[in-house]
Design a protein around this ligand. Structure first.
Ligand code: FRU
Length: 322
């Protein structure tokens, strides 16, 4: 048999896998034990760590629920085999946050054919046959970043400046949508110039750093960097700092985790970030609704929020960080 790598560490994970007395939740037949399999794309990025943490915390409230999380190690092939294995185990609900859309669509369809309810989280697949999709609206977030950019560069109709956009993974819906929303707004401003051809930073800080290092060498005047997530924006900031040019450039990111994006905004390294909530806890709640025979929404959109100098400190305080 093939070896599988599952993560179930820490107290919360342990509690999540305990099967004790019937839960007081609405989770259908409380004498029945449910097994949810969650295929997570990676566990190295901080946003993913928070995602799993929230999910395990929610699952731990339900003693009759066992949550198994697999780590796709940021590779499509690994994630496909993780999902195959959940199908073989006949989990009650499959949750998946895919590396990319195209490569994971086939195996998601396979799970649906096997009559397993599928909840897709954050990054989408190329089918809408799943039971539910839960995530932020990345077009809306992109537009918010676009509006913020226009404001920073002089306001509607008068905005002027050179912009570098650093993409997340180009084969993912969040990157496409974050571009789309942003472009919808800034392309209306004739004074705003986009300097680079789309460049794939695969959501990674190091790639943001490298792409920005090249951009700094090619362009004498860069006014604003729009990173598709906070790590990319921060990588770009570090590159500008190493080139002694960070003070002339504004940096915008997305995610808004207190200990990363919000902290960078509070320190004045990023100008703003836009919250992209982790969908794990909601995924558990919807999965239990499915088990209870309740109807769930086909699309559940999580809200965003703009974080800049005006509210960063307050958010850190509320998170117990500053
Ligand atoms: C983490 C991450 C987040 C980003 C999301 C998009 O893996 O890169 O930073 O917002 O995925 O799917």
């Amino acid at each position: 048999m093939k070896r599988r790598t599952f993560i179930q560490t820490g107290a919360a994970a342990f509690a999540a896998s305990l099967i004790v007395k019937p839960s007081s939740s609405r989770a259908a037949d409380t004498n029945k034990q449910y097994v949810f399999g969650f295929s997570q794309v990676t566990t190295v990025e901080p946003w993913r760590v928070e995602f799993n943490k929230q999910m395990l915390k929610e699952a731990a409230k339900h003693p009759n629920l066992k949550l198994i999380i697999s780590d796709g190690q940021d590779q499509t092939a690994k994630q496909v085999s993780d999902v195959e294995s959940f199908i073989q185990q006949a989990v009650d609900v499959l949750l998946i946050s895919p590396k990319e859309s195209a490569g994971l669509t086939g195996v998601v369809l396979k799970a649906i054919d096997a009559k397993i309810p599928v909840i897709v989280l954050d990054r989408n697949v190329n089918t809408d046959k799943y039971t539910s999709f839960i995530g932020g609206d990345n077009v809306v977030i992109g537009r918010a970043a676009g509006d913020y950019t226009v404001k920073l560069l002089g306001g509607s109709g008068a905005a002027k400046g050179n912009v570098v956009e650093l993409w997340g993974g180009m084969g993912t819906a969040p990157a496409q949508d974050r571009h789309k929303g942003f472009d919808e707004v800034v392309s209306k401003e004739s004074g705003i110039k986009s300097l680079l051809k789309p460049i794939d930073c695969d959501w990674k800080q190091q790639k943001g750093y490298d792409a920005m290092t090249t951009a700094l060498k090619s362009f004498d005047k860069i006014d604003l960097v729009y990173g598709h997530n906070d790590p990319i924006a921060y990588g770009a900031y570090l590159a500008a700092k190493d080139a002694g040019r960070e003070k002339e450039i504004k940096f915008l990111g997305i995610d808004g985790l207190p200990d990363l994006g919000v902290t960078w905004v509070a320190r004045g390294e990023l100008t703003a970030t836009f919250v992209y909530p982790t969908p794990g806890a909601e995924g558990i709640r919807q999965g239990l609704k499915i088990m209870a025979g309740e109807k769930v929404e086909h699309n559940i959109t999580l809200p965003t929020q703009t974080i800049d100098k005006s509210n960063a400190e307050q958010i850190l305080k509320e998170a117990g960080i500053s």
